[in-house]
Design a protein around this ligand. Structure first.
Ligand SMILES: CNc1ncnc2c1ncn2[C@@H]1O[C@H](COP(=O)(O)OP(=O)(O)OP(=O)(O)O)[C@@H](O)[C@H]1O
Length: 161
């Protein structure tokens, strides 16, 4: 099972998305994020991924926990993804080998170029709400070739630190 984070940096009416240049979900838009490393907390992971992928610095205490998403593949948990949201950052986004950053109006988030599940939970996160959900994919590996078949989603979730 993979444990990962995603982070959505919001500035006014815009959100910072990346076009992923390699790895899982290549060619699609998402928030910056990636796998939890040994010994790090979820917040440290979220801040590190934002720094590594787009060069912004985010104080750990400014990261709000906004979601916990479980992705299953053929009935088994594949990834648990912890979603954070913040309006506090330092620096300007820069493109890296892994990611091409883009400020996108929240009204125009390109859901047709994202993971199929994003359209279900990301609007709530961008409104400042919290979500908890399970999303089922089928059809074998890799996950980004599998088909999204079912989900269960709750808004207004609360998380343990
Ligand atoms: C199934 N539906 C999904 N919907 C939305 N987001 C999804 C997702 N499935 C995975 N993600 C996220 O995509 C990021 C990269 O995944 P990840 O495993 O880290 O791949 P990547 O090759 O980039 O690894 P590293 O950056 O090296 O850690 C990571 O934040 C992960 O939570």
């Amino acid at each position: 099972m993979i444990e990962a984070t995603l982070c959505f940096v919001v500035d006014g009416d815009d959100v910072l998305l990346i076009e992923k240049r390699r790895g899982l979900g290549e060619g699609w838009y998402n928030g910056p994020g990636g796998k939890l490393e040994d010994g790090e907390t979820l917040r440290e992971c979220a801040a590190r991924e934002v720094r590594e992928e787009v060069g912004l610095r985010i104080p750990l205490e400014a990261l709000e926990q906004a979601g916990e998403l479980t992705f299953t593949l053929d009935g088994e948990v594949h990834t648990v993804c912890h979603v954070f949201r913040t309006e506090t950052y330092d620096g300007e986004p820069v493109a890296t080998e892994e990611a091409h950053p883009e400020w996108v109006p929240i009204e125009d988030v390109p859901y047709d170029r994202m993971w199929d599940d994003d359209r279900l939970w990301l609007p709530a996160v961008l409104e400042g709400d919290t979500v908890e959900g399970t999303f089922a994919f089928e059809g074998g590996r890799p996950l980004d070739d599998a088909e999204f078949v079912d989900y269960d989603l709750e808004r207004g979730a609360s998380f343990e630190e």
